[in-house]
Each structure stands twice: as structure tokens, then as C-alpha cells.
Design a protein around this ligand. Sequence first.
Ligand code: NAD
Ligand code: 0WE
Length: 256
Amino acid sequence: MGLMTGKRGIVFGVANEMSIAWGIAQQLREQGATLAFTYLNEALEKRVRPLAESLDAELILPCNVGDDGEIETVFKTVEEQWGQIDFVVHAVAFADREDLKRPFSQTSRAGFALAMDISAYSLVAVTRCAVPLMKDGGSIITLTYLGSQRAVPNYNVMGVAKAALESSVRYLAAELGEKGIRVNAISAGPIRTLAASGIANFRAKIKLMDDYAPLRRTVTQTEVGNSAVYLLSDLGSGVTGEVHLVDAGFNVVVSA
Ligand code: NAD
Ligand code: 0WE
């Protein structure tokens, strides 16, 4: 018996084998979870489908989380197939690449709205659709980053969106606790993924971890996955509205 045996859920945010969502999905499957996956577009379907199939996924569906209709279709299909769900993994973020380079004050109204829509509001939209399917309660997690709490160079509008995301976690947790639905975030340290590629000075972020994090290294997708298992399984039954750090201790030290 695994920690997730008998539990079914949806994973949003796998793009490739480097994705944090993929690390989470593998650990969930190892603990016996039954999984559904969504992918952003056809280009990514080619990468996601074989990965999902290797974990015996029962559903593999398209979903742009910027579109309420696509989110509704995912949950309608899942309801027809499964009737109910136990968990959701939200591991999606997006900002205009230029907004992660330019001075923050240069962020356009449209760039600010885009980052907030895809990276923060989408958790609210996904949760709204998940609630009616969580008939025996449930657990929802999202992914955040230290740039929500501190002004990390270049993280810019994403930091603002992650602050909104973390606040949304608290408001959703407060509302949904009485239904037995828990909502938490994992704040991961920097990990080399597609979303981290092409980020100016990402190597410098990694070096900061190697030099100053208490564990003197970065964290892995598997380590994030193990915390996800805790929060999504009954091990986390008393935990909601939390931001859980998986950052090799970086948050506790002062550097630079
Ligand atoms: P990733 O690129 O593998 O995952 C990001 C995912 O977001 C991709 O699967 C992409 O397809 C999806 N996405 C983007 N726009 C979308 C849209 N409109 N609709 C649906 N999906 C969309 O990178 P990752 O690093 O695994 O990112 C996953 C989460 O982890 C993000 O929320 C990110 O902010 C967070 N995070 C990443 C790090 C890091 O250093 N990599 C650290 C902390 C938190
Ligand atoms: O949340 C993230 C990255 C999110 C992200 C990445 C991209 C790159 C490609 C959002 N949108 C886009 N848009 C693109 O076009 N992280 C936590 C990883 C990350 O990004 C940084 C970091 C870290 C860490 C950007 C600047 C500084 C540090």
C-alpha cells in the first residue's frame, strides 16, 4: 500500500522530463496514485503524452489555463471518467520573457495582467472547478518561489504574481477547509527547467545556493515531489494555507 493508493488527481504543468510537475507526478505514482495530465498545446503534447503513458495515466488532456472553457472541459471529462478526484497539482507560471529582463517599473499593464492571469488567477479557476469533484475532501498544491517575498533581481512581475498566488492559497484554504479541502504551496529553490532556461544569470542563482544555502546545493524535482506526496496524502491532513519551503534552507540565511 502506497501513501497515495486509491487517490486520483490531475497534474497541470508537465512540459518535459525536467518539469517540477514531472518530478511530483513520478513520486505520486510511486506511492500508488492514479493520474490525469494536462498539456498546454499540441507542441507539448508530443513530449507529455509518452511521459504520462509511462506512469499509466488514465487521461491526457489539453488545457490552456488562460481559458476558463478549457479548464471546464478538463474537469467535465474527468467527472465523466472518474466521478470524483482527490488532488490537484498546479505547476504553471508564465510572464512575458522581456518582463524578466527589463527594469520592473517598465512592466506594461498587459504584461502585469498576463503574469497574474496565468500564474495566479489560474489557481483560483482550477480550484473552483475541482471543488465539486472533491466529494470526499481533497488536497490542492501549487508551486511558488522566494521572489514573492523578496525582491529577487529580474524575477520582477513574476514575484508580484507569486505573492498573489500565495495569498490566494490562504483565501482558498480559509474558504474550503469546511469541505475538507486543503490548499497549500511549495516554495521551491531554483531548479534548471524549461521555465528557468534563458533566464539571465540563472547560473548565478544556482551558485548562490551552492555557496550559501545551508545544504550547500540546489534541490531536486524529486525532493519537491516528496513534499508534494506529504501535502497531497493523508500525512498532510492537518496542514492547509501553508507555504512549505523546499529550498535547501536558503530562506534562513543572509548572503551577498
Ligand atoms: P516548466 O516550464 O517545466 O513548467 C511550467 C509549465 O507551465 C509548463 O508545463 C508550461 O507548459 C505551463 N504553462 C505555461 N503557460 C501555460 C498556460 N497558459 N496554460 C497551461 N500551462 C501553461 O518549469 P517549472 O520550473 O517546472 O515550473 C513549474 C512551476 O514551478 C511554476 O509555477 C514555477 O513558477 C514554479 N517554480 C519553479 C522554480 C524553478 O526554479 N524552476 C522554482 C520555484 C517555483
Ligand atoms: O517561476 C519561475 C519561472 C517562471 C517563468 C519563466 C519564464 C521563462 C520563459 C515565467 N515566465 C517565463 N516566460 C518565458 O518566456 N522560476 C521560479 C524560475 C526562475 O525564473 C527567474 C528566476 C528563477 C528562480 C527569473 C529571474 C530570476 C530568478
